[in-house]
Design a protein around this ligand. Structure first.
Ligand code: UD1
Length: 421
């Protein structure tokens, strides 16, 4: 298995282009199932998770064409479709569950392997099933698969989520586009990826209002058409490289970055001592001469501080002046990066969902292991700021969510390279 080797201590200087958002693209791709006309996605990120979703859709009978080395993806569900999402693909990526709503809406049935537990907690699918039930579907679990049917088609209804779920909101929105009548989703997730999905579905002919707020209304239509849609920039990639600039005492321009997508995070980073300049087309990030200072962080659904930047923020606070408290409110068990950061000299104590981080002057390079996508990139950030050499193993986690990470960082002067196994 590949490893990443980093020799730390170089302030990053330069320009990093921000890719299309992985999580937006993972919801947009299954939307193609809703129509027999092609959906073309521009600005798609070149990531293994996107390939996995492409493979899943192909296994369902969707024609998937990738152009411009993967930045343009055309998906066409014109032929006969299957309705079984197999365990072998679903187990690799939880976002596979996003085919459930579209398959059900288009074909009246779907059989999707249960995603199972994953490294950052139990991650059940009860909210997805609840939403589909509210639209008239029945489901049962058999042999590790969830069988969902809507014999008489889906019917609009009121879906009131007890807790906010990004994926369940996406499945509900997609399913409701072809349901008979109007659907109202209450306590909907407000993430920019939901708004992007609604814009794309609107281009395909869906009638949706309120996306980006906590009440979304969808008036079902009988069919959807084709569309061409550019994927929004990846706010988590953005935040990660903003931290890389701040942690190394560098000065980096993030081309295509949009502050409004990361406002809560950007405000925290400024509170910690970063300087962020916004010219409308890009963000430029550096740190005040005094370096970073401790701040307290609570992860929350959007527009709050994103859980997907918690691990990276912790790496930064590990070298900030003072003691920070990080409260993880979205996922239990999302502190797997802590023992690895501790191996690099960080002083972090965790108690249930709270981490207390006492900043140290310097981290020291070490051999560390990635456990999930965001945890692994937090170790890369720590390695960039540390003294000496850090080797991060299990790099396949990084390839799931960070396009050309070594190339982007080395173009700013980082001493980083991939070592093949
Ligand atoms: C999405 C993102 C992920 C991000 C997360 C929270 C994608 C592909 N992934 O994941 O990167 O970390 O949002 O911002 O977009 N829950 C249930 N029952 C369910 C579904 C969720 O209890 O049926 C719980 C989860 O365990 C978690 C919380 O709800 O505690 C939020 O999860 P959710 O918003 O659904 O995350 P995902 O859509 O899986």
């Amino acid at each position: 298995m590949d490893k990443i080797e980093i020799i730390g201590g170089t302030p990053l200087e330069g320009r990093i282009p921000i890719a299309g958002a992985k999580n937006a693209c993972l919801a947009l791709m299954p939307a193609a199932i809703l129509s027999d006309k092609p959906l073309t996605l521009m600005n798609a990120p070149r990531l293994s998770d996107i390939q996995t979703m492409g493979n899943l859709l192909e296994s369902l009978g969707v024609e998937v064409k990738s152009l411009q080395s993967g930045q343009v993806i055309t998906l066409s569900a014109h032929g006969p479709l299957k309705h079984l999402a197999d365990y072998d693909i679903v187990r690799k990526m939880r976002a596979s569950i996003l085919v459930l709503g579209p398959l059900l809406a288009r074909q009246g049935q779907a059989v999707v392997s249960q995603p199972g537990g994953c490294a950052i907690g139990a991650r059940p699918i009860d909210l997805h099933l609840y939403a589909l039930e509210r639209l008239g579907a029945d489901w049962e679990l058999k042999g590790g698969y969830v069988h969902v049917t809507a014999k008489d088609g889906l019917k609009g209804g009121v879906i009131e989520f007890p807790t906010v779920s990004v994926g369940a909101t996406e499945n509900a929105v997609m399913a409701a586009t072809l349901a008979i009548g109007t659907t109202e989703i209450r306590n909907a997730a407000k993430e920019p990826e939901i708004s992007d999905l609604a814009v794309c579905l609107g281009r395909m002919g869906a009638v949706i209002e309120g996306a980006g707020t906590d009440v979304i209304r969808i008036r079902g239509v009988t069919e959807l058409g084709g569309a061409t849609h550019p994927v929004i920039p990846d706010r988590i990639e953005m935040g990660t490289y903003m931290l890389a600039a701040a942690m190394t005492g560098g000065n980096v321009e993030l081309a295509g970055a949009k502050r409004e997508l990361v406002e809560a995070f950007a405000a925290k980073l400024e509170e910690a001592g970063a300087v962020i300049e916004d010219d409308g087309k890009s963000l430029r990030v550096r740190v005040n001469p005094g370096g970073l200072s401790a701040v307290n962080v609570v992860t929350e659904p959007y527009p709050g501080f994103p859980t997907d930047l918690q691990a990276q923020m912790m790496a930064a606070l590990a070298i900030a002046d003072g003691t920070s408290i990080l409260d993880e409110q979205i996922f239990e068990n999302r502190f797997m990066h802590v023992p690895e950061l501790t191996r690099m000299g960080a002083d972090i104590n965790t108690r249930s969902g709270t981490a207390t981080v006492k900043g140290v002057r310097k981290l020291k390079g070490a051999q560390v292991m990635a456990t999930d996508l965001r945890a692994s990139v937090s170790l890369v950030l720590a390695g960039l700021a540390a003294e000496g050499t850090t080797t991060v193993s299990r790099v396949y986690h990084l390839d799931r969510g960070y396009e050309q990470i070594e190339k982007k960082l080395s173009s700013c002067g980082a001493k980083i390279r991939r070592i093949g196994s």
